[in-house]
Design a protein around this ligand. Structure first.
Ligand code: 13P
Ligand code: SF4
Length: 364
């Protein structure tokens, strides 16, 4: 059958999508697996066969046997699924516009330029381990694979940095400066030994002395959602509820993580709330869909979960995956059509796999 056009799905109600998603999933059976990141909206999240943070979902993609891996998340996640799955498996992203604005803050041309510029001062292939956050394009993971580097997620960044320093004396960390700084600080690296590389400026806007002294060179990238959280939000909340606890994602600014009782990935945030005593009140610095879901899930135990910012800040790209797009890809699969396949070119995938496998080996 020819491809079913997305236009026919745009006006369907969520209720109609629900019935048809259930039917399409049943028709496909074990040929399809749906992976869902914790930031997905509830209308989509409920269809995930496996839910998780970036690390857990990468592992799930690597071990999945299904012919089709439908990734309800963002583009780099579907790329990782393609890289880590077998060549005959197909990774699908329901809406190709679901990118990650932080991942877009670093690209291969800029990172290669940084590497070249660093070579004016030191031999980067001997002195610097490149570390890319999983929130990055496949060609940056391949860059790390070629240069003895590694990938990290928010749940293994400490272990990955330990490994990186066992290889070489410095780290170039991209694209998220906050994850790099927060993790480095927790390992005892002084703030003045973590410098920010401004990719708009020659030599990152740094002096030779700053680069020679640095342990971690942090890319000037950030997540626009987590960037919104501020230490004043924590102060105001604690003033109102002195007994409250605070947990934040490490993409949040340094001052926010410093004031938090716990810092960790989305999976860790869920566990922290789940393990807390009945009645605990939480202020949570991560994406709104997850915070709302936690509130609903744990209110029966008397726990309450509050979103850290007074402004509504959702991840708008995660939000692009809606029931209409999910239904569209599933019904096309039933009709024998693959739409929105995400593929990484074989050579690039091979090099990216190297840096991802290094990460999986050192991950707890
Ligand atoms: P996790 O590693 O917690 O899944 O975070 C991914 C992400 O994009 C957070 O913004
Ligand atoms: Fe990217 Fe931030 Fe969205 Fe995570 S929350 S996918 S880092 S834009």
């Amino acid at each position: 059958m020819s491809e079913l056009p997305i236009e026919d799905y745009a006006l369907l109600s969520d209720e109609e999508c629900d019935q048809r998603i259930v039917a399409a999933k049943a028709a496909l059976g074990e040929r399809v697996v749906i992976l869902g990141h914790h930031y997905q909206r509830d209308e989509v999240f409920k269809y995930a066969d496996f839910a998780g943070d970036s690390l857990k979902l990468s592992r799930q993609a690597a071990r999945s046997k299904a012919e089709y891996i439908v990734f309800c998340g963002v583009h780099f996640m579907a790329e990782v699924a393609d890289i880590l799955s077998r060549p005959d498996q197909v990774a699908i992203l329901p809406d190709l516009a679901a990118g990650c604005s932080m991942a877009d803050m670093a690209n291969l041309a800029k990172v290669e330029r940084a590497w070249r510029e660093l070579s004016e001062i030191l031999d980067p292939d001997l002195a610097v381990t490149p570390v890319t956050y999983i929130n990055s394009a496949a060609d940056l993971k391949a860059f790390c694979g070629r240069h003895g580097g590694i990938v990290c997620t928010s749940s293994n960044a400490g272990k990955v940095l330990e490994w990186s320093f066992s290889q070489r004396e410095k780290v170039l960390f991209f694209p998220d400066q906050h994850l790099g700084r927060n993790t480095g600080h927790r390992m005892g690296i002084p703030l003045d030994e973590m410098v920010v590389w401004d990719f708009e400026q020659p030599l990152g806007g740094l002096t030779r002395e700053q680069i020679e002294k640095a342990k971690i060179i942090l890319w000037n990238g950030f997540c626009s959602v987590h960037q919104m959280f501020q230490p004043e939000h924590i102060d105001a909340f604690r003033e109102k509820y002195p007994e409250a606890k605070v947990v934040s994602h490490p993409e949040s600014p340094f001052e926010v993580c410093e004031k938090s009782d716990a810092v960790g990935s989305t999976e860790m945030i869920i566990k922290t709330v789940a393990d807390s005593a009945p009645g605990t009140r939480w202020l949570i610095g991560t994406e709104l869909n997850l915070v709302n879901r936690l509130h609903e899930q744990f209110k029966g135990e008397g726990k309450s979960c509050h979103f850290m910012s007074p402004m509504v800040c959702m991840c708008s790209t995660m939000f692009r995956i809606d029931p209409q797009h999910l239904l569209w890809v599933l019904e096309n699969l039933v009709a024998g059509n693959v739409v929105n396949r995400i593929t990484v070119a074989p050579e690039e995938a091979e090099q990216a796999r190297r840096s991802l496998e290094r990460m999986l080996e050192v991950s707890p």
